[in-house]
Design a protein around this ligand. Structure first.
Ligand code: MN
Ligand code: MN
Length: 322
């Protein structure tokens, strides 16, 4: 029996950690030398100070933890927990939630001390998409990273209402701060109306590969085509996956802040994620699950939890093979 995961009681019982894994509080003093050493840390970042429309993603980690009890151990007969240690490290919480710029700095510092002290690979649950920037900053030993980004929006926008920090800008900053390599960046699922026809020009101008839903729909075998393109763009670089649930059609993920119709199906998203097994995935996140709008049987939290599990499997495979 696998002792790394709580499978001795029914899944609706006990305190809901991510994937029903043991909880190791990252704030404890002995966390820097945990025993056994932690390979993958599942981390909640309950922060939504950067939303431009509907709020609520701050409640994402709690809902995703709860619904993640639906995930079991094996993924297509592969055990991602085999020979590695995966823990729920709790939430990273800013002490300055009322100031966006300092909140992001604060989250960056706290994540940095977790990741650099322990070398754990992060799989994060947001939070709005702002939280990806601190995660990328905290992974600084591995920079520049390749980026596989699922989203309705490129999130490389500029100032909005006087602020350069909001959930539509993390990847602009990540490129400017040289955290990710724009030429090894692929953005999938882009669509929706804009107030400016050049809203995402930063992505195109810096050489990122942008796949709109119109292009996706035009291909005969769209998922296979995207998988090939991801392999081409990322190659054997260390890659990070950022999964904004609004890449999915609102039919599949209604509980999110800035929904756009005409998106991916959950089946397509799973097919693409599973199709990139073998790439060197060193971390990832699921962001923009907004439980107050997730009123249809918590389907978005379930989807977020399942995608988080799939990303965990990809990161685990990378560690198990080395
Ligand atoms: Mn986004
Ligand atoms: Mn989005």
């Amino acid at each position: 029996m696998d002792q790394t995961k709580n499978i001795t009681t029914p899944r609706y019982t006990q305190i809901p950690t991510f994937m029903r894994l043991p909880y190791t509080d990252h704030r404890t003093t002995d966390f820097v030398r945990p025993d056994p050493e932690i390979d993958i840390g599942l981390i909640g970042i309950p922060f939504d100070g950067g939303v431009t429309n509907r709020p609520g993603a701050r409640a994402g980690p709690r809902a995703v933890r709860d619904l993640s009890s639906f995930t079991r151990i094996y993924n297509n007969k592969v055990n991602p927990y085999n020979n590695i240690t995966v823990r729920d490290l709790g939430d990273v919480v800013t002490s300055e939630p009322f100031n966006l710029a300092t909140a992001l700095k604060d989250i960056s510092a706290k994540l940095s001390s977790i990741l650099t002290n322990t070398g754990v690979r992060p799989v994060v649950c947001g939070g709005d998409h702002c939280v990806t920037l601190p995660v990328l900053r905290a992974m600084r030993k591995l920079h520049p990273l390749a980026l596989i980004h699922f989203d309705a929006h490129c999130d490389t926008g500029g100032h909005y209402l006087g602020s350069q920090w909001h959930h539509g800008t993390p990847f602009r900053h990540a490129i400017q701060e040289k955290l990710i390599d724009p030429k090894k960046t692929i953005q999938i699922g882009i669509r929706g109306s804009t107030n400016n026809p050049n809203l995402w020009s930063f992505s195109y101008d810096h050489g990122a590969t942008v796949i709109t839903m119109d292009e996706f729909e035009s291909w005969e075998r769209p998922c296979e085509t995207v998988i090939d393109k991801i392999h081409e763009v990322v190659g054997d670089s260390n890659a990070y996956i950022s999964f904004d649930v609004d890449c999915l059609d609102p039919v599949y993920a209604p509980g999110t802040g800035t929904p756009e119709i005409g998106g991916l199906t959950t089946r397509e998203a799973l097919q693409m994620l599973r199709g990139i097994n073998g790439l060197n995935i060193v971390g990832g996140d699921v962001v923009e699950v907004s439980p107050p709008f997730d009123t249809r049987d918590q389907i978005t939290a379930l989807t977020g939890a399942t995608v988080m599990y799939e990303i965990l499997c990809l990161v685990a495979a990378g560690i198990q093979w080395t």
